[in-house]
Write a protein that binds this ligand. Structure first.
Ligand code: PA5
Length: 448
């Protein structure tokens, strides 16, 4: 089986030895057991652990049939959601999509766009402007069914769609993905007769990309969700082994914890392929919300190289030595582009004429790794055979599993996110939401 592969060789050096990582083997093993057996904190949120292998054929068929209906009816489908109800689908679709053309160069292919991931008035105005002359549908995604950002976007888009199509037709172009019973979105979906999918109670938002939350928008965009799930199943099996030599998720979790304990407080996820930009955004949520609590946690950052070598490169090479990098390296690009010879050679590039662009990219990667490790930045490297559904499925599950293990090694509950409630309380108080009268009075006294 071709698979993603983790190499920690270049994380070793003056301040990190193989022995120091091996010494965490027992902790990693205990943490893995907590994830597998449900014996740790937050164990009511472990539904993602065996999810790939237990996803039923009938659910996959239902998702594919719903995607087909939306693709037949719509030029554009707006996926409305935020955080875990947005980032996974966005990451996979961006990784698989042509940077400029419609899906497989078919101008009639349905385009998936996103809303509800911000409260930008201009963003929403421009989105509605863009949709004005298009046949569109909506996938509204909210586990709680009460999140403000997607609720605002959905209210606007629903009203627009109903004006355009009439209420009855509009209700056939809206799909809701939410809790089985609770929340305003469930109630609305039941009343309006929307097609719905359930987000199970035991799967937290940031672990939900392999549920209908991610799978439906990905299928609507035209990608193969069975291959994505198959890749995840391969990694689900491979990460059950309880020794670091054969379980890459354990090795990643142990290595990053060893580095953290040695003073490396920031992990930068690096890519050399712009299609992985949003994979970095998804990864930051996964690790940031899972580990950043109780005054602890590696700060997850991400960069796109070589682009950001011209902005962040100086800091990474030469700034405070509290960072390490995890590099995502795609082995084979989908297309071949050869650098041409130029008779005048005024740009001096003939020395690389005849080479593929990717050969230059790989030398940028190697040169950077040598420079950064020389500069005291330990490097982990994950190779991805190609940007295809199967390998993305492997990568997603690998990071999820490693996150659960790593969180337990850090001795936090990796599956809650109490910190994200604080801004909401203040925002609701400032907006005078009913039920927040005491908080409104208190916060208004502070902002006078
Ligand atoms: O990981 C999480 O739980 C959060 O990031 C949520 O996904 C995010 O807040 C959106 O929540 P909901 O799906 O309930 O609208």
């Amino acid at each position: 089986m071709e698979t993603i592969n983790l190499n920690i060789q270049h994380a070793l050096g003056a301040n990190m030895t193989e022995a120091a990582i091996d010494a965490l083997g027992h902790e990693a093993k205990d943490a893995l057991a907590k994830v597998e057996n449900g014996t740790g904190a937050g164990n009511d949120f472990l539904g993602w652990v065996n999810l790939p292998s237990t996803t039923s054929e009938s659910l996959i068929d239902d998702i594919c049939a719903t995607a087909k209906h939306l693709r037949q009816e719509c030029e554009v489908v707006v996926a409305v959601g935020i955080g875990g109800s947005y980032l996974g689908a966005k990451a996979v679709i961006e990784a698989l999509s042509d940077s400029f053309a419609a899906y497989k160069n078919d101008p009639k292919a349905t385009k998936v766009v996103f809303a509800g991931q911000n409260i930008g008035e201009d963003y929403l105005y421009e989105l509605m402007n863009y949709l004005a002359d298009k046949k569109f549908g909506i996938i509204v995604i909210s586990k709680s069914g009460t999140t403000t950002e997607p609720a605002i976007a959905f209210r606007l888009l629903k009203e627009m769609l109903e004006r355009k199509e009439g209420k009855e037709k509009a209700s056939k172009l809206i799909v809701a993905i939410t809790d089985a019973k609770r929340g305003a979105l469930r109630q609305l979906a039941t009343e309006e007769g929307y097609k719905t999918f359930v987000i199970e109670d035991n799967v937290g938002g940031r672990f939900s990309v392999l549920t209908p939350v991610g799978l439906l928008p990905i299928a609507v965009a035209g990608y193969d969700i069975k291959a994505l799930l198959n890749g995840a199943i391969e990694m689900e099996k491979a990460t059950k082994a309880d020794d670091m030599a054969s379980n890459q998720a354990m090795l990643y979790a142990a290595t990053r914890n060893a580095l953290y304990r040695a003073g490396k407080k920031i992990e930068i996820l690096v890519n050399y392929n712009p299609k992985l930009h949003f994979f970095g955004e998804w990864w930051k949520q996964l690790y940031g919300e899972s580990e950043g609590k109780d005054g602890k946690g590696i700060f997850p950052a991400s960069v796109d190289f070589s682009t950001d070598l011209h902005s962040m490169g100086q800091w990474i090479q030469d700034g405070e030595r509290t960072i390490f990098e995890t590099v995502l390296s795609v082995e084979a690009p989908e297309h071949e582009t050869i650098i041409p010879t130029d008779n005048d050679n005024l740009d001096g590039l003939n020395y690389i004429a005849g080479k593929r662009v990717d050969q230059v990219n790989k030398m940028a990667e190697l040169g950077t790794r040598i420079a950064h490790t020389d500069g005291g930045v330990p490097n982990l490297r994950i190779t991805i055979p190609a940007l295809r559904e199967q390998y993305l499925g492997q990568l997603i599950y690998f990071f999820e599993k490693a996150c659960g293990i790593s969180g337990y090694m850090l001795n936090v509950n990796p599956f809650n996110q109490p910190g994200v409630e604080d801004y909401k309380r203040n925002m609701f108080a400032l907006l005078a939401k009913p039920g927040y009268e005491k908080e409104t009075a208190a916060i208004q006294a502070r902002v006078k």
